[in-house]
Write a protein that binds this ligand. Sequence first.
Ligand SMILES: Cc1cc2nc3c(=O)[nH]c(=O)nc-3n(C[C@H](O)[C@H](O)[C@H](O)COP(=O)(O)OP(=O)(O)OC[C@H]3O[C@@H](n4cnc5c(N)ncnc54)[C@H](O)[C@@H]3O)c2cc1C
Ligand code: FES
Length: 359
Amino acid sequence: MLNLIDHALKSPLARILSWPHTPESYLELLAPKVGGKGIKATVKAVRQETNRAVSLVLEPNHRWPGHIPGQYVTLGVSLNGRRHSRCFTISGLEHGCPVVTIQSHEGGTVSCWANESVWSGDTVELSAPAGDFVLPSPRPDRFLFIAGGSGITPIRALTDQLVAENYSGQIDILYYTPGLQDTIFLEVLQDIARTHPNIKLHLVNTRDTSKKLHGHFSATHLKAIGADLSQSAAYVCGPAGLIAAVETHWQKAGVAERLTLERFQAVQAPVAADAAALPVQFTESGITTTAPGRTLLEAAEGAGLSPNNGCRQGICRTCTCRKLAGQVRDIRTGELSGSGEEDIAICVSVPVTPVTIEL
Ligand SMILES: Cc1cc2nc3c(=O)[nH]c(=O)nc-3n(C[C@H](O)[C@H](O)[C@H](O)COP(=O)(O)OP(=O)(O)OC[C@H]3O[C@@H](n4cnc5c(N)ncnc54)[C@H](O)[C@@H]3O)c2cc1C
Ligand code: FES
């Protein structure tokens, strides 16, 4: 039925009748969850996980394509008349509805909205699921999952998947938090470990030195839990410091290829000093602006455009645009692009010559 609606909206008659607007915009007014072109979802339930984290159960419309455990979505919300997009891992499914679990950051636009102002019945926009923090096939004999803070969300999704398929190999979950009060999914994880002898939960308290496992990631923790780096598929997700320490350890051990990582936050260098007032031409919209000290995404937004974006950190590629001419610098690595046509992530690109972008 809903696919028929999509079909009808695209018909020439619907376009003529709705002129000068689009058929989708009328339907969006009448039925917010069905109208528009993208995936919309209703917040079906809000559940407090910790004092600083909530799970939102989302009921998407018919355009939701399904996901692979470990993937994330870009969630779009309108706050005070401005659209904000952020990536969130799908931490699980409840009665077929995807769930996102969001930990608040001080002053964080979307994470604070989710923790303080969201209501059941609110409508949000979703991207199609993306990401490759997923389980390998065939499954190895051992998994070592390392998480910090909200980085437990994809680890929970992967663990649930292994439990659902009766995986019989060994799973170790090494989870870093400042204390039990900030340990997301504590009871669920404890319950899984209690009922599955092959799954071990190792909680590390990053602050309380009286705990057996405490402090930030170190080789001592791996030794204490009997980790076998050469035999395990290792996955890490969490704060930048945790990921960097784990990555370095795996590299030194010569097993970097056995490590899969998911970053929630990119390490960014300040915008390069050469981001002078160079002209930036957006061809589709016919706008020319300048981007002094700003990324091309910020320049586009400053000029009144609303390009697709998600992480705003060069991770999710949602903002990818075709650069038709000119050279840009990647603010994370300082690397210069070529000067010809290519796809670039505009959220981490600053111009170093006049540039032309298909937007
Ligand atoms: C692929 C991917 C999956 C993600 N999955 C989840 C998830 O499942 N659950 C979850 O809670 N978050 C997740 N995130 C992080 C999330 O997208 C946002 O970055 C985070 O919620 C902060 O957004 P905000 O709008 O509240 O903060 P902003 O308004 O963007 O920033 C406010 C302040 O918070 C700081 N900040 C922003 N992002 C982070 C961060 N990730 N870590 C620490 N400080 C930050 C900023 O430097 C700034 O000082 C994911 C990110 C990515 C890229
Ligand atoms: S918004 Fe995610 S890569 Fe640019």
